[in-house]
Ligand binder design. Sequence first.
Ligand code: DGP
Length: 112
Amino acid sequence: MDCLFCKIIGGEIPSAKVYEDELVYAFRDINPQAPVHVLVVPKAHIASADEITAENSAAVAAMFNAIPKLAASEGLANGYRIITNIGEDGCQSVKHMHFHILGGKKLPESMA
Ligand code: DGP
């Protein structure tokens, strides 16, 4: 499958890794929109959050288990935001589910 984030997880394309475990990989966004902008992805290919099922949701649970740990290691004690874009209207550009972790400053109140 020709998937950019699968290639990053596999090490075929370099990335600035911030966290990894059996099910989850996290790395710095190439185009940061906040002082901290990390992408958290499942190692298994899931196209978007709209594709979460009972069969693959262990990876999603692992992502949410990882997020507080990486947020702490990134110094986000004052809070942060988790965003996942889905499909055309959600402006999802990479079709491998990912959570954007944004923080390191007071984020705008508006989300859309
Ligand atoms: P989205 O638009 O929600 O699908 O977010 C995709 C994000 O992926 C976007 O913020 C930029 C980031 N991105 C795209 N290509 C690369 C890459 O090659 N390396 C890294 N680190 N991030 C990338």
